[in-house]
Design a protein around this ligand. Sequence first.
Ligand SMILES: [Zn+2]
Length: 113
Amino acid sequence: MDNEPRTCVICGASTADKRRDAMYCSGRCRKKGQRTGVATRRAPAYAVQVMPAVVPKRQRKPSVNDIAHLVLDASSIEASFRFASTRADYRFRAMCTRMADAIGAALDQEGLR
Ligand SMILES: [Zn+2]
């Protein structure tokens, strides 16, 4: 990790002379990154690689339908954590229970199920 070459996520120029978590080589690339929705914190290299494909150039305003899908996604993630809380490696079970409980409690609190 320490020896990983650090490069600008926009143009690929070296950021070795910048802060350890610097994502951009310059103000120009930072602007471009912010415009295109690239995260402002350094993400793992694999995430940076897929981001241009999954992050739309400009996020449109979420519609009611989008929110409905997010709620369904949250329910589905809760169910997956619930499943993992009894089937996953023992080390992860307690955390999966807490995640499922937290998502479930939020859905309940918002009256979403
Ligand atoms: Zn750059």
